[in-house]
Design a protein around this ligand. Sequence first.
Ligand SMILES: [Cu+2]
Length: 378
Amino acid sequence: MSLASGVDENPPPPTVSVSVDSSRHELTVTSGPFDLPNMPPMEDHGMMDLGVSHDTRLQRFEWPVDGWFRGFRVELVDGKGRVVPPHVMHHMVMVNFSRRQLLYSAAERLMGTGTETEEVSVPKTIGVPMKPGMKLGMYVAWHNDTGQDLEGVQLKLTMLWTAKNQNPPPANALPIYMDVNLTIGGQNTFDVPPGKSTKAHEFTLPVGGRLLGVGGHMHDYGARVWLEDVTSGKLLTQVVAKRDDAGKLLKVSRKLFGVSGEGLRLKANRRYRVVSEYDNPTGEMKPKGAMASMVGLFVPDDMRRWPQINPNDPSYRRDLASLELRGAGSTSIPASHHGGTADAHSSREGADGNTSHGAEASSEGALRAPPSGHDSHE
Ligand SMILES: [Cu+2]
């Protein structure tokens, strides 16, 4: 046991525990303790590459109930029970190892949060279908810039669910992640040349469905991300960056098509293209300076046609390996660093229009950050 005052030389390893409140339909995931030394403020994105953030290892647990996940809230307290400002949790990502992503042979990113963490939920008419025993894992990137070391920090994540017997049952709405430049388990960053430039990725869906809403993730000098129909050339939807006079990103817009309405219909086996546009006014190439993705919630026409996990698929194995490497050292591991694992995160959530270091911003889907962005650059 440590004394109430000094820093523990050998702090106990963080653990995770789960409790269920069936009457409130809430699940509480408690994780910790974490000792978080004060860190200098991040001035730019590159500082993350210097290990300025502090990544936890993946903490695994099982989802305990039958129903639909529909929202969450996060609280942080230190070892003395004092409330810790939520932005100290730079981002948190929840991985669902029991389901594949729609587009990528990689584990589902069930949710994520950024620094402006409060309560997020979707209407009870929709939800992410969940089964008891689904294997989840969470990890956190901390950035304590409060000016004081924080000890014994506990993360309390409350997850809301809708019970199996709700009548009518919610529509199955699952995270969808569309990256313009993804290598699963590798990098999804790309260079930003001076002036205007675009990057695009084409894909098809194994099952049609409705997109209920979209958000996006970009870095500085990002202008917009859009989705288009390859055959017709028609622009289907887009998210747009709000930037300062120097082109630095302030926030990314998001779009709701309405959870009760039809949404944006996407067809199986039709070619779609997700495209990003950057506009870099600096006159200089920004190597690996960019990321761009669109994320959202997708209601498949037939859940039985959701792609199955292939545990032997090399991409899938790379994704798992990159998750296992998280937080393994005191500084980040370059190979897994910029997250190409189709990971959620986000620096400052774009929906709130707030950035601290201005390097990047996200506006994620209805559950805030379903499977967006990346692993660990912040
Ligand atoms: Cu990013």
